[in-house]
Design a binder for this molecule. Structure first.
Ligand SMILES: [Zn+2]
Length: 289
């Protein structure tokens, strides 16, 4: 392929990426399906607790009620881990697809045991954190209900409503963060292994957090950190405020042949690109001006 053709194909590809402006449908499907499955599991556990309160009130030792809910922690972890592995594989696929569309050779990574172990660790921590927060809120609700001196039935109703709100928020957050993290991480590895630049893309809607609005279109040499310290959207080695609930994506950025990265900048935008010296261009074109 000539350099001109590659440049045209590249810019068409980048425009197409911007036009997508959103979350890959496969990611949304995986998030929704995991959220549903976790909700089913929690609904069962929480319904049992509410029924116990309705029938017998809140015992003096509230840990009896709470500890029963804790028994689902291992199941939560297993469910999330299974889905996260599929999301990782999907991340490799989208990375390969994007590189191929850009006319670059792409290698399909296999999920190494190191990568799988890292995923398992991440899921263990995230599930434990979520359970801890949810149990804390359950404890808080039970304590408040006791203080209010409600009847068994009234108490059960208050608790039920509180649990549904918490469940909806917490489980969506867990599913979104973990599916997104796994997909982004493996897509990033695929892009990085191709030795190209990586560009941060947001959904460009009102829900994008302020700190990510300015990241839209930012470019790094894949593997280097973006301006927020993350190497890719969803990078869990960074600040949780930067990756929890994130929906941003990244795509390979192919340098136009007549441009180059600005010297001394580890992250930059397309508007920062500098013209490649003419002498170098001649070499690139095989000496023909
Ligand atoms: Zn984001």
């Amino acid at each position: 392929m000539t350099i001109q053709a590659l440049a045209e194909k590249t810019s068409a590809f980048i425009s197409a990426q911007y036009a997508l402006k959103g979350i890959p449908p496969a990611q949304l499907r995986m998030e929704a399906s995991l959220t549903r499955e976790l909700n089913r599991l929690f609904k069962n556990a929480m319904d049992t607790l509410v029924r116990q309160v309705r029938e017998g009130g809140i015992p003096a030792d509230r840990t009896v009620l709470i500890s029963k809910m804790q028994t689902i922690q291992a199941q939560v972890c297993d469910i999330v881990f299974g889905r996260v592995k599929s999301a990782g594989r999907q991340g490799i696929k989208t990375g390969v697809r994007d590189l191929t569309r850009a006319g670059l050779p792409a290698k399909e990574l296999t999920l190494s045991s190191v990568a799988v172990d890292a995923m398992r660790q991440r899921v263990l921590i995230a599930s434990a954190d979520t359970m801890k927060r949810m149990m804390g809120k359950v404890e808080q609700t039970l304590a408040e209900v006791v203080k209010q001196g409600l009847t068994y039935d009234q108490a059960a109703k208050v608790i039920e409503k509180d649990f549904i709100n918490m469940r909806t928020y917490e489980l969506r957050r867990l599913a979104r963060t973990e599916i997104h993290g796994a997909m982004s991480s493996l897509r990033h590895d695929t892009i990085r292994d191709a030795g190209v630049f990586e560009q941060w893309i947001t959904c460009e809607d009102a829900d994008v957090r302020d700190s990510h609005v300015e990241l839209h279109g930012q470019i790094t040499r894949a593997g280097d950190p973006f301006s927020n310290g993350l190497r890719y959207p969803g990078d869990s080695s960074g600040d949780p405020a930067e990756f929890i609930n994130c929906r941003c994506s990244s795509v390979p950025f192919i340098m136009p042949p007549d441009k180059m990265a600005p010297a001394g900048m580890s992250y930059f935008y397309e508007s920062d690109l500098v013209d490649r010296p003419k002498a170098e261009l001649k070499v690139l074109k095989g000496g023909k001006a």
